[in-house]
Write a protein that binds this ligand. Structure first.
Ligand code: BMA
Length: 326
């Protein structure tokens, strides 16, 4: 179908023509689906994706895929790169999912936050690595039900900070921020962004997508909203801007979603109508983002966007009251 009027969001995120860039058919061992990858660009310029891989059991592990240009010629590990370690970490009994990766200069390590899943429910775990071959597990840092977590890349006012999404036994699932002195013990829990109510695209349940993007104007946050409909859930993406020195303060919140399932590979799959980014890399111009996302819980895709355009759009399409509006 073709629209007669131009989309006022002007396609802020542009899909790569080669999407999906990775599917289960590319894997060197037999898997069901690959999706929701964390992403990072190494000093060498190489892109590493830590992909969520679902096995035929239904359980997931993480597997690294490496590429020089971040789009083609992926070298995929011949076996799981980070598999559940159930003996030492029983919270991983039902698998590990949806990693977010951040380079932490102070530690000279990458911090990988991921969902640990067990009969107790999904929680948040943290592991550190330098090379995506060996991992040092910090372990289970947020108990169930909690997911969609990323660490900030540096301490803020002396504390490590984590964005995450606990699910209460009743009511809406908001995005929270928590602080720590040592990465193990977390406190000062505070709601950062509330799920709205009623017909809003980001009503009832929201969650962080990629790690926060540091800009001179604040931390740019891409988050997902889960719209419940009689036909199922619609996962869509929106933007918010957090204060640089106090990221629990939301400065701007977009009043429309900017990206949703539209192409066949996003609309149809194991879970229809899902776009779910967990990672981004920055191109050499320091403005263009490669956003890596899972499509329909089945494959891996890229969309590109300009940080300055995203910020420009956010300024025109939000107001301060929206940041708090339920
Ligand atoms: C969320 C997460 C994601 C998944 C999405 C859609 O709750 O579990 O891993 O992509 O649901 O199924």
């Amino acid at each position: 179908m073709t629209r007669h009027v131009e989309d006022p969001r002007k396609r802020l995120l542009k899909r790569h023509p080669d999407n999906p860039i990775l599917t289960a058919f590319d894997w060197p061992y037999f898997v069901t689906t690959v999706f929701n990858p964390g992403a990072v660009r190494l000093q060498t310029g190489e892109t590493v994706l830590l992909c969520r891989v679902e096995e035929c059991s239904g359980l997931s592990h993480l597997c690294a895929a490496r590429s020089e240009d971040g789009v083609t010629n992926w070298q995929i590990d011949s076996q799981p790169t980070l598999a559940p370690d159930v003996e030492n970490f029983p919270e991983e009994k039902w698998g590990i999912e949806d990693p977010r990766i951040v380079w932490v200069a102070e530690l000279e390590k990458y911090a990988v936050t991921y969902t640990c899943y067990s009969p107790a429910g999904p929680g948040v775990s943290l592991a550190l690595t330098t090379d995506f071959r060996e991992f040092e597990r910090i372990g289970h840092i947020m108990p169930p039900e909690d997911k969609d977590a990323a660490l900030f890349p540096r301490r803020i006012n002396g504390c490590w900070a984590l964005v995450h999404r606990p699910v209460p036994s009743s009511g809406s699932a908001h995005i929270w921020i928590s602080l720590s002195n040592d990465l193990h013990h977390w406190g000062k829990h505070k709601i950062l962004l509330k799920a709205k109510r009623g017909p809003w695209w980001d009503a009832n349940k929201i969650g962080l997508c990629t790690p926060l993007i540091e800009t001179p104007e604040g931390w740019l946050m891409i988050y997902h909203g889960v719209r419940q409909t009689p036909a199922g859930c619609l996962y869509r993406l929106g933007l918010a801007l957090l204060d640089l020195e106090d990221p629990s303060r939301c400065l701007l919140r977009g009043n429309k979603w900017i990206f949703g399932a539209e192409r066949d590979y996003e609309r149809t799959g194991d879970v229809d109508d899902v776009v779910f980014p967990c990672g981004y890399t920055l191109q050499d111009d320091k403005d263009t983002l490669n956003i890596y996302y899972g499509a329909a819980d089945t494959s891996i895709c890229i969309a590109t966007g300009s940080i300055s355009e995203l910020l420009g759009w956010l300024k025109l399409n939000s107001n301060v009251q929206d940041a708090d509006l339920e």
